[in-house]
Design a protein around this ligand. Structure first.
Ligand code: PEP
Ligand code: MG
Length: 320
């Protein structure tokens, strides 16, 4: 737990040579907000809104979602709070929402695909809540990202939905603002077109849980194949590197919010790969902050260079 681990560090941290890396917390349920604040996190890098839809029989209303988001903004005044739009399907069922029976749910209707089509109504309601929250007292820090994008038209569809909702709110005379917008990079398609994605948004956030699953073609839940679902496989590292380079070229910041970001043994490697932000479960925030403060960017970049040239996961492990 946080109490038995390294000391809690409030405020931003930097490497030994002064490179700032933001350390944010993931929020995946009610009750996680207080630990996130107490962990010394610099903000929220992934607010998984799915939990607002669980343990109930109907979707949350616009006002309920507004309240949930402004609660987080009020707890992280002056910090960035990244909210992910509804990401259901695959490993994330919501019993009362109609999802199709599919033989490969991870390759089916999930993430943004549902939001643009079958559950567009839910998407619009959520965007209304988010655009209103962006205009709330502490709404300046709000950022919104969409999950599981694999095509540019999907991204454009999401951006158009934001514009449409803003126009509706304006017509209705309701206060709203445009939050910072980003995309989760968690499909190989998004990595390969990350330059075109980054041109259109302010940030990219790498979801290594799904990205590893899709790059390695291995179910993220398979126990038998857990060794394959490891982000240290060189192709996954190369996908991360490519995403960082694409973001940099387009002036988009690049973060990571998959499990990989919260492993202190991988912090140096991730700094070396060039991530601007790491977001993780609150309990690992102090340890990762400490690792960043012990890291020299030059050494981290050398490590990353060698890892990117490795041919096996075990070779990468032995470098760490
Ligand atoms: C990921 O895929 O890495 C991610 C952060 O999202 P989730 O685990 O919620 O799918
Ligand atoms: Mg994911």
């Amino acid at each position: 737990t946080a109490e038995s681990g390294p000391e809690i560090r409030e405020g931003p941290v930097e490497t030994t040579d002064g490179k700032h890396v933001e350390v944010a917390a993931n929020l995946g349920g009610t009750g996680e907000l207080t630990p996130a604040v107490e962990s010394g996190a610099d903000g929220v890098g992934l607010f998984r809104t799915e939990f607002l839809f669980l343990d109930r029989e109907t979707p949350p209303t616009e006002d309920e979602q507004y309240d949930a988001v402004t609660d987080v903004l009020d707890a992280f005044v002056g910090d960035r709070v990244v909210v992910r739009t509804l990401d259901i399907g695959g490993d994330k069922p919501v019993p009362y929402l109609e999802l199709p029976e599919e033989s490969n749910p991870f390759l089916g209707e999930r993430g943004i695909r549902l939001s643009l089509d079958r559950h567009r109504d839910l998407f619009e309601t959520q965007l209304r809540a988010l655009l209103r929250a962006a205009a709330s007292e502490h709404g300046d820090g709000l950022a919104v990202m969409v999950p599981l994008v694999s095509t540019i038209p999907e991204l454009e569809g999401a951006l158009e939905a934001v514009d449409d909702v803003a126009a509706d709110l304006a017509d209705e005379g309701i206060e709203h603002a445009r939050p910072e917008l980003g995309v989760m990079i968690e499909t190989p398609a998004a990595v390969l077109c990350a330059d075109q994605v980054a041109e259109r948004v302010e940030f990219l956030s790498i979801g290594t849980n799904d990205l590893t699953q899709y790059v390695m073609a291995v179910d993220r839940e398979s126990e038998a194949l857990a060794d394959l679902h490891d982000p240290l496989h060189p192709p996954v590292l190369r996908a991360i590197r490519r995403t960082v380079e694409a973001g940099r070229a387009e002036d988009a910041w690049v973060g990571m919010c998959g499990e990989m970001a919260g492993d202190p043994d991988l912090t140096e490697l991730l700094v070396g790969l060039g991530l601007d932000e790491l977001s993780m479960s609150a309990v690992t925030v102090p340890a990762v902050k400490r690792r960043i403060e012990e890291t020299s960017t030059d050494e981290a970049e050398d490590l990353a260079e060698r890892a990117l040239e490795a041919e096996t996961r075990d070779e990468v492990r032995s470098l760490l």
